[in-house]
Design a protein around this ligand. Sequence first.
Ligand SMILES: *Cc1c(COP(=O)(O)O)cnc(C)c1O
Length: 396
Amino acid sequence: MNEPSDDVVLGVPDDDISARWERRAEIDLSAIRHNVRRVAELAAPAQVMAVVKANAYGHGMLPVARVALESGASWLGVAHVGEALELRAAGITAPVLAWLHTPETDFAAAIDANIDLGASGWELEQVAEAARAAEHPARVHLKIDTGLGRNGASAENWQSVLDTAAHFQDDGLLRVVGVWTHLAVADEPDRPETDEQLDAFRTAIEAAEAAGFDLELRHAANTPAALSRPDAHFDLVRLGLGMYGLSPFRDQTSEDLSLRPAMRLMARIANAKRVPADHGVSYGLTYRTEGTTTLALVPLGYADGVPRVSVEGPVEVAGTRYVSCGRVAMDQFVVDLGDVPADGVVGEPAVLFGDGGPSADEWAEAAGTINYEIVTRIGNRVARTYVEGSWGEAGD
Ligand SMILES: *Cc1c(COP(=O)(O)O)cnc(C)c1O
């Protein structure tokens, strides 16, 4: 459907195509729209929370948040209160949940800004105190640890957390509006632990209801559960990776899931030259050319989020697929183009991943990591450019 375009930038005026760029992460907002719509349809009647933590997994928090809210998401989710406050400072008024706190977290600012707070137990006293000062009750989503072993109250402590929360709620300091949990192995649908976690979650919900809380939202699903476990949808799914068009499953691609990767990472070739056989490449000289060949230099390195441990990371130049050779350095890495002339190579766009090129999944494979980490770690030296491709249009 979306044919790779000759244009460097899809769907933007010609003026901008000639705009000068050296490194860019193109973010296709139409892909994000498509992905949110797709998951919203799948999850309905459950709502969608667009998870925009970590600068929207490297895609840019504010543009992604706005597009997600236009496309069927009704909530935003972030890890830190600081991230939630950035959303509010930008004028975004949609419901926001922040869930990862420390005793230094500014709960008062969160309550003032009408940000919902995830809580495992220890936070409740501080939240209640902040609410007393703010003269405004906090909205709290109590988290139960059903097996992940990170945040959330243990099953043993759940009743006591409910009792504490009920006490503060009776004092008018907070309202428990949600109960939630997080899944550990939803990306491996065959594993039995998800069933066990969901059983424990249902038990925790019953206890919260028995404690008298009038719950608006029960939520458990991340992207893999949103896509593979309808029984985990409850009232809301927390959608991160899938919104960016990437697959959380080892054996399924974005395309298999009808998702559209939203980020395309590119840089212009910074140098190209012919070298003889047995020429070493990059620190440690871990790569040597086999024969006379053309080496091309890509001005992206580990400071920009290209993992130093990558081996044979894929790169597309002028429609041909190559791989990185030698070590990735802080600012650059080399591609062996083989027996092609070096003339005209400098300045050519090299596409590391994204529409019409290799995938973030392939870079994850090359670096022994997951696609989440590849997109999220793209650094600040890479300009994000927002484009409107053709995804999400009629017939899509
Ligand atoms: C990051 C995060 C998510 C989103 O997970 P994806 O797999 O990217 O959809 C959901 N819930 C919590 C608690 C998270 O920290």
